[in-house]
Design a protein around this ligand. Structure first.
Ligand SMILES: C[S@@+](CC[C@H](N)C(=O)[O-])C[C@H]1O[C@@H](n2cnc3c(N)ncnc32)[C@H](O)[C@@H]1O
Length: 295
C-alpha cells in the first residue's frame, strides 16, 4: 500500500469526533470506511459492547481498513457494498444506529492508483470505477452516450458552463481511451483564454466520476435509510467535497428538520482550518454538516 504513505489522511477528524460523540455501546456506521482513518479514531472511543460497521465498495479500501482496525477493542464488521444498501446491512445488525459518518468522494489511494480519478494521470484509462466489479466505466459514457446526454451529465453534475462545447468536441474525437484524450478535448473545446484552466478539467472529470459511480443517487438513498434508523440523540455527520453533494445533504437535513424528525446541528457547513489545509491540501474543499435524530 505504497510503503509507509498513509492510505488517506482523514479530513476534519477533530470536528467529526466532536459532532459524532462516539462512546460506549451501540452500532456506529462508517458508510465510507476507506482506509479506516476516521473509523480508527471512532473505534478508539468505543467500548467492547459497541460495533463499528464499515462499508466500502472498493475491495482495496476494505483490505486497508481491516489492517488498520486490527486490535480495536470494539467489534468491527466490514462490508463490501454500495452504501445505498446501508439500511439492509444495519437491519442485519439489529436495526438501530447510534451514529453515522459519510466521508464522500475519492480516497487519496484511489486518486493515486492510476485508474483515471486524477486529471494529472494522462496515460490512465478512462475507468473511474470505485467498484471494480461494476460494468459501467467512464470510457463507456464518453464513447457511447449521445452528445446531448454528455452535455447534460457535465452540466447536471458539475454546473459546467462549457458543457455543450466540450460534449461536441468529445463526440468528434471518439474513441477516447485515456484521461489525456479527455483533457485534450477539454483544451480544444474551451475559448483561448480558458485553455490552461484546470478547474474546468477537474469539473469535467468530477461530473463523469459522479455519473459512473451514481454518487448523488447513492447518497440520497443512504441518508434516508441510515437517518431513519438513528436512535433518538444519534447523529449523522457528512463530509462532502463539491457543491452538488453539499446541496443534497443540506436539503435533506433541512427538510427532515422541518418534518420534525432530525435537528440540524450545523446551520452553516463547517470548513477545515487553514492549518489543516496546509497540512493536507486534499481536505480544502471539505464541508461538514451534521444532524441529530429527535424522535
Ligand atoms: C474519502 S474516502 C474515505 C476515507 C476514510 N474516511 C478514511 O479516513 O480512510 C471515500 C471512500 O468512500 C467509498 N465510497 C464512496 N461512495 C461509496 C458508495 N456509494 N458506496 C460504498 N463506498 C463508497 C470510496 O470507495 C472511498 O474508499
Amino acid at each position: 500500500m505504497g510503503g509507509d504513505a498513509p492510505y488517506h489522511i482523514p479530513a476534519m477528524a477533530g470536528e467529526v469526533l466532536e459532532l459524532l460523540e462516539p462512546a460506549n455501546g451501540g452500532l456506529w456506521v462508517d458508510c465510507t470506511v476507506g482506509g479506516g482513518g476516521h473509523a480508527a479514531l471512532i473505534c478508539a472511543r468505543l467500548g467492547p459492547d459497541a460495533t463499528l460497521l464499515g462499508i466500502d465498495r472498493d475491495p482495496l479500501a476494505l483490505e486497508a481498513a481491516a489492517e488498520r482496525l486490527k486490535g480495536c477493542s470494539c467489534r468491527v464488521a466490514l462490508e463490501r457494498a454500495h452504501f445505498s444498501r446501508a439500511g439492509d446491512l444495519v437491519d442485519r445488525l439489529g436495526g438501530s444506529v447510534s451514529g453515522a459518518l459519510w466521508d464522500l468522494g475519492v480516497s487519496s489511494h484511489q486518486l493515486d492508483r492510476g485508474t483515471g480519478f486524477s486529471i494529472r494521470d494522462l496515460d490512465a484509462p478512462l475507468d473511474m470505477r470505485q467498484d471494480p466489479q461494476q460494468d459501467l466505466c467512464a470510457a463507456d459514457i464518453v464513447n457511447r452516450a449521445g452528445e446531448k446526454e454528455i452535455a447534460d451529465i457535465l452540466f447536471r453534475n458539475s454546473d459546467e458552463r462549457f458543457s455543450r462545447r466540450i460534449a461536441a468536441r468529445i463526440v468528434r474525437a471518439r474513441p477516447l481511451r485515456t484521461v489525456g484524450d479527455l483533457m485534450r478535448c477539454v483544451d480544444e473545446a474551451l475559448p483561448a483564454g480558458y485553455r490552461t484552466r484546470d478547474d474546468v478539467k477537474r469539473r469535467v472529470a468530477q461530473a463523469l466520476r459522479m455519473e459512473v459511480n451514481r454518487e448523488l443517487q447513492e447518497l440520497r438513498q443512504s441518508l434516508e435509510a441510515v437517518c431513519q434508523r438513528l436512535v433518538p440523540g444519534g447523529r449523522a455527520v457528512v463530509l462532502s467535497y463539491h457543491s452538488g453533494e453539499d446541496r443534497l445533504v443540506k436539503q435533506f437535513f433541512r427538510s427532515a428538520d422541518r418534518e420534525g424528525w432530525l435537528r440540524v446541528l450545523t446551520p452553516r457547513p463547517l470548513r477545515p482550518s487553514e492549518e489543516e489545509c496546509r497540512r493536507n491540501p486534499r481536505a480544502r474543499p471539505a464541508r461538514l454538516r451534521a444532524a441529530e435524530r429527535v424522535r
